[in-house]
Design a protein around this ligand. Sequence first.
Ligand SMILES: [Ca+2]
Length: 352
Amino acid sequence: MGYIGNGEVQLGFMFENIVSNMSSKIYARYVVLASYLLLYFLAFCCVSLAAEPPKPIVNSIGMKMTLIPAGEFKMGSGESAEETAKFFNKTYAEGVSAANFEEEHPQHRVRITQPFYLGTYHVTRGQFRRFVKDTGYKTDAEKGEKLGAFGWNLKKKDLDFRKDYSWRTAGFAQTDDHPVVNVSWNDAVAFCRWLSREEQKTYRLPTEAEWEYACRAGTTTRYCNGNDPEKLAKVGNVLDASFKATTPDCEYAIKASDGYVFTAPVGSFAPNAFGVYDMHGNVQGWCLDWYGMNYYSISPVDDPKGPDAWYARSLRGGSWYLISSSSRSAARDWKSPDYRCCIIGFRVARIP
Ligand SMILES: [Ca+2]
């Protein structure tokens, strides 16, 4: 309609123009709305993909292994040793000093350069039994001059070293789905060697850096689910109200209940963002490294493996028996490679 001059035609033109403009605006709104919906859909897909960790693979002995992507993180505590001591003394009367936490400093950049598989759960008694049955292996608790391990003494209501304690019996009930305990670092390494032979793959203990990276799963807080120790009961089996109910003298337990006094079957709690379970509590896990008190000051950025030698190996993760400051992502511990206790187990890493 290019003609202007006739009123009727002009009105018609105006009407058509208005309708055309309205149609264009409505059309434009639909286009904008559709674009938004598409963007929301794409964003939802991306978030879903990001939030959904890859499904674990299952190895030849039925052990689930979760792929941990390569990446970078800050290793060590984000709060000062003094702040950590102050918080846990004030909240749980833990009676710890800042010196207990200095080895988590300085917080430093670490890069895990290659993806690796990590046991989705701790190695279970059932899996360890298979290794023993297949090889006739005797653990450190079952051989040598000093037989035995630290198990639970029901009368004393405390840990006790006894000759008859080993991975087979720890002084409390365990099924084959519970994490194996009373295994030394030597025993854990023997298990990895056996599994490597069986599958012609490289199985080993995770390094401390790999452990903390997998535990944090992108978080920078005390625990993989925040800073509040009371929320530990959602992600792990720690020193809690269930324990305190049987041992009223225990002053340090969190007030929340995780439902377990001793060990829990593996995978009983919520996983972290990588899809790994029980990184806080249940049992401490052996790491590959020799322990280094001052190692964080000299640690390389790429794939740190700990000092060349010391007399103790690294432990991570806290346990059903330890105070909640010990279950933090940054918390470090160590014991000699032949040490065995009913609060210590392990999980394995596999090089893809
Ligand atoms: Ca507990």
